[in-house]
Design a protein around this ligand. Structure first.
Ligand SMILES: *Cc1c(COP(=O)(O)O)cnc(C)c1O
Length: 372
């Protein structure tokens, strides 16, 4: 079976550093996490990176530190992983789903504009599958309405557009180091920002809201969380961050080979190449014509040894968000993308013959029985 993704990490490259950390006896947030944060901040071109337990907690931490809560609304890319809207719900604010552009996966600025109200406090655009969103346009929209721009850059470490790194816009960016992402710490995440006040509050809230006071122990000045990354996780992340350029070059090269092989195949579109900038290709996601039965295709491919899945989710269409007044299909482009998107395997140093197997099996299945 050819899987969808595999971490680009070996035990040998972390063995010595891991041994040193474990033997040191200091396993929670410490010098390795600080080193990891500095590498991320430098890469993203901002002053602060704050490592967390996941992108989900990173998103929640930004919103909480920005004081977003009950009575507020946050605009969010509908076609994305439900962690983003859940982070909004956890603050007490209301997620307002924004459709993607037709035939593409990125947030539609016009739909976003139309949904701004007096209660809107922030906009949370995703860089879908690591394809850089048009942050310049969204920042302009944010400035017009006084919104905090929180980039969901979960899949986008190392991506850039218009000279701005993903997660490096004004506001904050949130990254994921889940094993399905470009680099992994098992579970983990980070927030990046240039805002000193926001960064300080996030550091405080990340660790129980406690700070050193005049007396022994801590003084708890906020009701915080425990969103701290461990030293063990940071060691894994550091090893991959040092090789990030090679990891990105490898994924981009494989994506280009897919594009060559799939050029001209009827019934599929490769929208990631319509977006300018440097994508990361966390996933290689194609969009299938409406006549193609995507779920039938996934089963067919699995039987032929190729694992595929949907791109991601039309969040509004899921029961968890129905109470906010949505019916499946209310956001038509995102709804179509959930049903007609297909993620192809994209493995580290993917062999030419594996790419050939995937494309051969895919084309065979499209020609066979996978039509409605
Ligand atoms: C993976 C992902 C998340 C969640 O990341 P975790 O680190 O698993 O919490 C959020 N948003 C997007 C776009 C993702 O792809």
């Amino acid at each position: 079976m050819i899987p969808i993704i595999r971490p680009d990490l070996t035990f040998d490259e972390v063995a010595d550093e891991l041994k040193a950390v474990i033997d040191s006896g200091w396993l929670t947030t410490g010098p390795k996490v600080v080193e990891f944060e500095m590498m991320i901040a430098e890469r993203v071109g901002v002053r602060h990176a704050i490592a967390t337990t996941s992108a989900t907690t990173a998103l929640h931490l930004v919103l909480a530190a920005a004081g977003i809560g009950a009575g507020d609304e946050v605009l969010v890319s509908d076609f994305s992983f439900p962690a983003s809207a859940n982070a909004i719900v956890q603050t007490g604010a209301v997620p307002v789903f924004v459709d993607c552009r037709p035939g593409a996966f990125d947030l539609d600025p016009e739909d976003a504009s139309a949904k701004v109200t007096a209660r809107t406090k922030a906009i949370m655009p995703v860089h879908p599958f690591g394809m850089p969103a048009d942050i310049k346009a969204l920042v302009a929209l944010g400035e017009k309405h006084g919104l905090l721009v929180v980039e969901d850059a979960a899949c986008a470490i190392g991506g850039a557009r218009d000279g701005i790194a993903c997660g490096g816009g004004p506001g904050a960016g949130c990254f994921s180091f889940h094993p399905r992402k470009l680099i992994t710490t098992g579970e983990g995440g980070a927030v990046t920002t240039d805002d000193d006040t926001l960064a300080a509050r996030m550091r405080l809230l990340r660790s129980h809201g406690g700070q050193t006071g005049p007396a022994v122990g801590l003084e708890f000045v906020e009701n915080g969380y425990n969103y701290r990354m461990s030293e063990v996780q940071a060691v894994l992340g550091l090893a991959q961050m040092r090789r990030l350029d090679a990891i990105l070059a490898d994924r981009r090269a494989t994506a280009a080979r897919y594009r060559e092989r799939l050029a001209g195949v009827n019934g599929i579109a490769m929208p990631q190449f319509d977006i300018p900038g440097e994508g990361t290709f966390q996933s290689f996601v194609i969009l299938l014509d409406d006549g193609i039965d995507r779920d039938g295709l996934v089963k067919h491919l699995r039987a032929d040894g190729v694992e595929t899945t949907l791109g991601t989710y039309a969040q509004h269409a899921h029961p968890a968000f129905a109470r906010f007044g949505y019916q499946p299909g209310d956001l038509p482009h995102s709804w179509r993308a959930q049903r007609q998107s297909l993620t192809l395997p994209l493995l580290p140093r993917m062999a030419e013959e594996q790419i050939e197997i995937v494309t051969h099996v895919l084309v065979g299945a499209l020609n066979a029985d996978c039509h409605r």
